[in-house]
Design a protein around this ligand. Structure first.
Ligand code: FE
Ligand code: FE
Length: 205
């Protein structure tokens, strides 16, 4: 930054800054993902992270293509936001004990990353369009679609609240199997006519 002038003076400058910021962010995410894959207790979550790691390689590649279309050298601009999000995720991983809690914590940390990327791609798409650089928009849109799909998959996993220990445990206490049947029967009975209580929840407007 100059002493007497500021780095971002035009809309084009702002756009380039955003692109360099996101290029830095994607590269940092690519570096952080292997650790997340290693720490994820759930096989499903690990597979999801691995898939997104490969997609992230593609994101970096598409951003390089954007730089090329703009006749500019691929360059990253240090982004304190993604550094903070990734650091928080890393710190959290170090503090969590227990597989189920780790899965849930990792999902939330990963979603913070995806949401960050989603806002940035949204801005870049709008700015590129306004600047008349519609040639680069498909690259941003392709990345954005994968960020959104990843975010949705993470939401689905969080809602499911898988328990990895249940997957691996071979011995099951007898009491569990009988306890399982009981509520199943009890649940099937009121389900016929007792739908009303569920509808009792009133919405406050
Ligand atoms: Fe990405
Ligand atoms: Fe992502």
């Amino acid at each position: 930054m100059g002493l007497f002038s500021k780095d971002i003076q035009s809309f084009e400058d702002l756009f380039m800054h955003g692109l360099q910021d996101l290029y830095y962010a994607e590269n940092q995410i690519l570096k952080a993902l292997p650790d997340m894959i290693e720490k994820a207790p759930s096989a499903e979550l690990r597979a999801g992270f691995e898939k997104h790691r490969k997609e992230t390689e593609g994101h970096v590649h598409r951003l390089r293509q954007v730089f090329e279309l703009l006749d500019s050298e691929p360059k990253g601009d240090k982004c304190p936001a993604i550094d903070g999000i990734l650091k928080e995720g890393k710190d959290l991983m170090g503090e969590i004990e227990g597989d189920d809690v780790m899965n849930v914590g990792l999902i939330a940390a990963a979603q913070a990353v995806e949401h960050y990327e989603i806002t940035r791609y949204g801005a870049l798409i709008a700015w590129a369009t306004e600047l008349g650089r519609t040639d680069v928009v498909p690259h941003f849109k392709a990345n954005l679609a994968e960020e959104k799909a990843t975010d949705q998959k993470l939401t689905a996993m969080a809602e499911k609240r898988f328990n990895p220990r249940a997957e691996s445990k071979t011995e099951r206490p007898k009491a569990k199997s009988t306890a399982r049947r009981k509520p199943a029967r009890a649940a099937s009975r009121p389900a016929k006519g007792k739908r009303a209580p569920a509808k009792k929840t009133r919405r406050r407007a």
